[in-house]
Design a protein around this ligand. Structure first.
Ligand code: GDP
Length: 478
């Protein structure tokens, strides 16, 4: 394994791979300025102030007659820089050849190629960011929707870390109260009543658990909310998907499915990214649909947080009940079933619905079922676009973006979620111990464990392995 040496001066291309208008090569480390100075024709960079930009020419000293490129060097002097070290960013023309030659030249002049995420790792090592903030740098860069961006930038600013820090301080306070009790146990003096300590621990347990509980929404907002559109053949699923794609007026991209080799349509609507599961098949054919009309879509239902069940006015009561039972069976824990009646343009008015649908699909009616299905049916026409906005509003409500209480403070990172879950578990043991009046020694042990798990989130306590596993997922140049 590569050994990080923080005294090396590192370099990497920080712009996206390939050819662009310009490319930025970032250099960081104790010799950043002196190394660049050796290949720089222009004002000597050793004498310039911090946070200043300079036009010049990059020339290999071994080939002085043929400059590599003209460019701009921006000099940032330690310690007020991203990494906390001297940093120089060189902007050159975006040719792939120039980028490669410049990196080679920098390496020949004394730099080392940066490891993945090494700039951010150095920022962490130099106390510029804590670990949760460093992880958020990658999330800000990867964000593809307004809500994902908002969550990541709030975390990068340190809001999440502050919350963890406060929880940690309160735990330390309990620990010190318990310690006092231990120190003076011989003297039979009660310093903090067990009831008071249990009260404090209980409140913290509630806070930690509810923070952990935001992970499901937080990770869906970060990665896109999985939505399945199901229904019988010809219900209008692909027409609806196209209507939603048109509605989005935003980037629409095909991304490879995360768990299988399918292509998923992702759509940003009102700042939230939705991943439509298994839609590749929807668009081309309904062949895979088996007799119940939803066939292998069961798998899509299981993976979805929101299931749009499309029915048409001509569906029989029998089929309706049968499909509904099947869908409910496959609905994931916490997922919502959105019943949508399509092709309403074929009806004079929704109240003309043939019996028995009339009772079910009149808008003022209660949902088809109360169990696992909290939404009223929405009446749309996928082909005319009628009420598609109602449907997107319903999606937005279900996305959880509007869940007010600290909406920006959601857990989006699986590592943080795991640590919070472990912290909640050990704190529950503390609580049990306090209630059972166990000896302070036992309780202190679990309390230390709780503090440890929270400390691991922000990196107050960390290991080289943990850092490596986090930063190796970054790209080179970050
Ligand atoms: P899928 O098999 O569920 O994907 O259904 P399609 O989207 O292929 O639609 C089946 C047929 O229903 C096509 O001929 C569509 O044009 C038609 N269709 C879809 N939505 C509507 C609608 O809202 N109103 C009417 N009248 N026809 C629709």
């Amino acid at each position: 394994m590569y050994q990080y040496n923080d005294s090396d001066t590192i370099c990497a291309i920080s712009t996206a791979p390939g050819c662009g208008g310009i490319a930025v090569i970032r250099v960081s480390g104790p010799d950043a300025i002196s190394i660049i100075n050796k290949i720089w024709r222009g004002k000597p960079l050793s004498s310039v102030g911090t946070h200043t930009a300079h036009l010049g020419t990059i020339t290999d000293p071994e080939n002085p007659t043929e400059p590599l490129d003209s460019g701009v060097a921006t000099v940032f002097r330690a310690p007020g820089t991203f990494t906390g070290e001297d940093v120089v960013e060189i902007s050159v023309h975006g040719s792939v050849w120039i980028q490669r030659e410049l990196i080679n030249l920098l390496i020949r002049t004394g730099c080392r190629l940066a490891q993945p995420g090494e700039f951010t790792r150095r920022a962490f090592a130099n106390g510029k960011l804590d670990l949760a903030q460093a992880e958020a740098v990658a999330d800000v860069i990867a964000a593809t929707s307004r809500s994902a961006h908002r969550l990541a930038s709030s975390q990068m600013r340190g809001d999440f870390s502050k919350r963890i820090g406060t929880l940690r301080e309160k735990l330390i306070e309990i620990a010190s109260l318990l310690e006092l009790e231990l120190d003076f146990s011989e003297e039979d003096v009660e310093f903090a009543s067990r009831i008071h300590l249990a009260e404090l621990a209980k409140n913290l347990h509630t806070e930690i658990s509810s923070l952990a509980a935001t992970f499901s929404t937080g990770s869906a907002l970060k990665n896109g909310i999985p939505v399945a559109i199901v229904g019988e053949p010809n219900a209008g699923k692909s027409t609806l998907l196209n209507a939603l794609l048109n509605e989005s007026r935003a980037i629409v991209s095909d991304i490879p499915g995360t768990t299988r080799d399918t292509v998923e349509d992702t759509i940003e609507i009102d700042g939230v990214m939705y991943r439509f599961i298994d839609t590749a098949g929807l668009r081309e054919t309904s062949d895979h649909v088996e007799n119940l009309g939803i066939g292998r879509s069961f798998e899509a239902i299981e993976r979805a947080r929101i299931v749009i069940w499309l029915v048409t006015p001509d569906i029989s009561q029998e089929k309706l009940t049968e499909l509904h039972t099947e869908i409910k069976k496959h609905l994931a824990e916490g997922a919502t079933l959105l019943t949508v009646l399509n092709k309403t343009d074929l009806l004079a008015s929704p109240t003309d619905l043939p019996h028995p649908l009339q009772n079910i699909f009149t808008e003022s009616q209660e949902p088809v079922t109360t169990e696992k299905s909290t939404q009223r049916p929405i009446l749309i026409s996928a082909s005319t676009g009628h009420n598609i906005d109602r449907l997107t509003q319903a999606l937005h409500t279900l996305s959880g973006t509007n869940d007010s209480a600290g909406a920006d403070l959601m857990v989006t990172n699986a590592r943080h979620y795991e640590a919070l879950t472990l912290a909640a578990e050990s704190l529950a043991r503390v609580l049990d111990g306090l209630r059972a009046n166990l000896s302070g020694d036992f309780i202190a042990q679990d309390l230390r464990e709780t503090i440890h798990h929270l400390s691991a989130i922000t990196g107050t306590i960390t290991t080289t392995d943990l850092l490596t596993s986090i930063f190796q997922n970054f790209c080179i140049g970050k």
